[in-house]
Write a protein that binds this ligand. Structure first.
Ligand code: MN
Ligand code: MN
Length: 468
């Protein structure tokens, strides 16, 4: 339609009313192909890095290949020098030094690499009814009923009595065995089906089946347990007490897959928040000769409230910035107070089947681009950093000027529930912060869904933030 044929109202509407469109309509075929190709690397990352420790290992590997080197405390970094700092094998900060003096502040993208899962208890192994099982303690916010009857793999580390440490990953290789939590058959579920939903499967029922064959000896009881321990002793050289000093995480075994006939989506465990971790990681790896010093932090413990020395409610980030700034003669706080952060975490995309908790005018939608969330939290905006109009305005302009397709999004209706991110902890340090991330369906479920175009736009958003 030519301009002449448009009515005055149509022209005015175009000029002054909001008109967001699906990214699939706004992007060229070439851009869409680029986004799809980008997500091949993302799916590989999801399969390789299922836990925070594995994500750190993979990030270090990719960083080393891209010319990043282990951070040296006391070194005065030169423009475009690239470095990374690992915190206790569970969190990592990667950086590229800017050409401007560091006193003008840093650009930080902050994502988390821990995801909801089932941790083994410290005394996990037992036998009952001649079956061997592991006791678990769930980590993060899960709907417990989603975890039985799916194949699980086991990842983590065991520190033995002599202090040596071994890494464990069982179930990912096609030839590996997997593990499983059982559920009662519907025929006999009368009692269970009368339970309220939060108790349908209870915490102490998340027991993982790990074996059923007895050790051939009539002299002792618990022969199945002994047989399992004998296998573990032979393979890893561990004894039962070694579980006390172990961190073993049960996660869904299945691999990341394309979802939909059009292959437009990614389905996988752990996309909260590995979708932002991967995109923020790629953005810093691709960051070249920035003006400001740019940092990506991939942190641990977000899903349990960010407490602990690998979470962002601890001091490891401000300590690191202080170490980076000191050789230049500055205090850490002088840098932080003029710094900006994109808190890179997912938001809830509108689910057509469960749309009632969403306030449709302010909810994010799949394929509408990366989500900029002014505030999260619950009730009367508690437990959040509410980004200032000025900072939202700055980020909005940055994205618009650089072709980043983005949307705004509130986490559900007022009083429908709520949730938080690391934004508040970073803001409390005196950064300017806004949440920027990808909309997800079935968040915190064993198989979460994102749209490839949104995943790619998150990467672009972090890239333009670093390049600005
Ligand atoms: Mn998250
Ligand atoms: Mn989460």
């Amino acid at each position: 339609m030519s301009e002449k044929e448009k009515s005055q109202a149509e022209l005015l509407s175009e000029k002054i009313l909001s008109d967001k469109k699906n990214a699939g309509l706004r992007m060229s075929d070439e851009q869409i192909a680029e986004a799809d190709a980008f997500c091949e690397g993302y799916k590989a990352f999801l399969n390789t890095a299922k836990t925070e420790r594995e994500a750190v290992i993979e990030a270090v590997k990719q960083a080393e290949a891209a010319g990043f080197r282990r951070f040296e405390k006391g070194k005065k970094y030169q423009p475009n020098e690239k470095f990374y700092f690992v915190n206790r094998e569970k969190a990592i900060i990667l950086g590229v030094m800017g050409s401007e003096d560091i006193s003008t502040g840093v650009r930080l993208a902050a994502a988390h690499i821990d995801s909801p899962r089932l941790d083994l208890k410290q005394n996990p192994l037992y036998e009952e009814k001649e079956l061997a099982l592991f006791k678990t303690h769930y980590y993060g916010g899960i709907k417990k009923y989603q975890w039985p009857t799916i194949p699980l793999s086991l990842h983590g580390v065991i520190v033995k009595g002599d202090g040596s440490k071994i890494a464990v990953s069982i179930g990912e290789d096609e030839s590996d065995p997997v593990f499983c939590i059982t559920d009662i058959l519907p025929h006999l579920a009368d009692e269970q089906m009368r339970r309220p939903a939060p108790k349908l499967i209870q915490g102490e029922e998340l027991n993982i089946l790990i074996g059923s064959r007895p050790f051939k000896d009539d002299k002792i009881s618990n022969k199945v347990k002994l047989n399992i321990m004998a296998i573990l002793n032979e393979k890893y050289g561990i004894v039962e007490d070694d579980f006390i000093s172990a961190e073993l995480e049960a996660v869904p075994q299945f691999k990341a897959r394309d979802v939909g006939f059009d292959r437009s989506m990614v389905g996988s465990y752990g996309q909260d928040d590995r979708v932002c971790a991967y995109t923020a990681l790629q953005a810093i790896l691709d960051c070249d000769s920035p003006k400001k010093t740019c940092l990506t932090i991939l942190t641990d413990k977000e899903e349990t409230g960010s407490d602990g020395n690998t979470g962002l409610n601890s001091s490891y980030l401000p300590y690191f910035i202080a170490d980076l700034a000191k050789p230049f003669g500055y205090e850490g706080r002088e840098i932080i107070s003029v710094s900006e952060c994109l808190s890179a975490d997912v938001n809830a995309g509108v689910d057509p089947t469960f749309s009632s908790p969403f306030e449709i005018r302010n909810a994010s939608q799949l394929n509408y681009g990366v989500v900029a969330t002014k505030f999260t939290g619950a009730r009367g905006k508690s437990g959040t950093s509410d980004a200032s109009a000025e900072f939202v305005g700055r980020i909005r302009k940055l994205f618009d000027d650089n072709g980043v397709i983005w949307q705004t999004g509130e986490l559900g209706k007022v009083d429908a529930g709520g949730g938080g991110t690391v934004a508040q902890y970073i803001a409390n340090l005196d950064f300017d912060v806004i949440d920027v991330g990808v909309p997800v369906l079935s968040m915190h479920a064993p198989f979460e869904i994102t749209a490839k175009l949104d995943d790619y736009m998150a990467y672009k958003a972090f890239c333009v933030f670093f390049a600005d």
